[in-house]
Design a protein around this ligand. Structure first.
Ligand code: SF4
Length: 277
């Protein structure tokens, strides 16, 4: 990891015992207001793109202004219609007809724009990322509740959870952990065994992608910092990723922690057959 990152300053929602609360209203409002702002700016740009060369169109052909007006209106209608569907999905916290594919495209393309717009609007990058992950998590849970439970779940953990002095190589095989209890890996292994799910520890995005290809899970529960979690969700879409931010009491990438009760609550929620355990 080469990026420089401040120790966590935002409130860590993952420390809540009851995880299944929906994304807070403030988080939804951030995401929805940024989508609306994007819609307004995109519409203004489309109108400018039509108006500025208008007289040039009429010199080329008498019909061209009308053709360009129809094309601009079509592009505008598709764009605004798509943003409207996304706003409905984010506001309701569940998919609506035709929204799932659109959501995947939006996660890949829209998030960097929303982060940029958020910064212009005075939000910190981490605020927008937290809001995005909260809304994403709500949608992932809704997808699990409304569909069949995932057959294969992967707990994808960052290497920085491991105690910095531990010499055991857990990145190749998490089960190599000697379970001394100095870091969260021991308890995470216990959770993986209890719920019959895969667990892997990744040192970065490339290894994480390789693990996902090997395990081919239906659902990933990923723990990471803001940057890695949002980029991971973007990379793996449409595969659902429930994101939990790690806690960084010693700064970035060093002896980080995760709220185990939060991880277990997610497992119980997405694996309803295990709820009695
Ligand atoms: S719990 Fe496992 S990974 Fe963590 S320090 Fe002990 S042996 Fe190492």
């Amino acid at each position: 990891m080469t990026h420089v990152e401040k120790p966590t300053e935002l409130p860590q929602k993952e420390s809540f015992a009851g995880f299944s609360q929906p994304a807070a209203g403030s988080e939804k409002r951030i995401v929805i207001s940024l989508v609306v702002l994007f819609g307004i700016i995109a519409t203004a740009i489309l109108i400018l793109l039509y108006i500025v060369p208008y007289y040039g169109f009429s010199r080329i052909s008498a019909h061209l202004p009308l053709i360009m007006a129809i094309l601009t209106a079509l592009v505008g209608a598709v764009l605004l219609g798509s943003l409207g569907v996304l706003i409905a999905v984010f506001a309701l916290g569940r998919d609506v007809p035709f929204s799932r594919k659109l959501r995947s495209v939006a996660i890949k393309l829209l998030l960097p724009i929303l982060v940029g717009l958020g910064r212009l609007a005075g939000f910190r990058r981490e605020q927008v990322q937290h809001a995005f992950v909260a809304v994403n998590n709500e949608l992932v849970l809704a997808q699990c509740r409304n569909g069949s439970p995932p057959r294969s779940v992967l707990l994808l953990m960052p290497h920085c959870l491991q105690d910095k002095d531990c010499l055991v190589k857990v990145t190749h095989q998490a089960q190599n952990c000697k379970r001394c209890g100095k870091c969260s890996i021991k308890d995470l292994l216990g959770l993986a065994e209890k719920y019959g799910v895969h667990i892997a520890v990744a040192t970065g995005g490339t290894i994480a992608r390789r693990i996902v290809i090997e395990v081919r899970p239906d659902l990933i529960i990923a723990v990471a910092c803001e940057r890695d979690l949002t980029s991971g969700i973007q990379d793996t879409t449409p595969l659902p990723v429930y994101g939990i931010f790690n806690q960084r009491p010693f700064g970035p990438c060093l002896n980080t922690r995760v709220a185990l009760d939060r991880v277990e609550s997610v497992l119980r929620e997405v694996l309803p057959g295990k709820c009695g355990q």
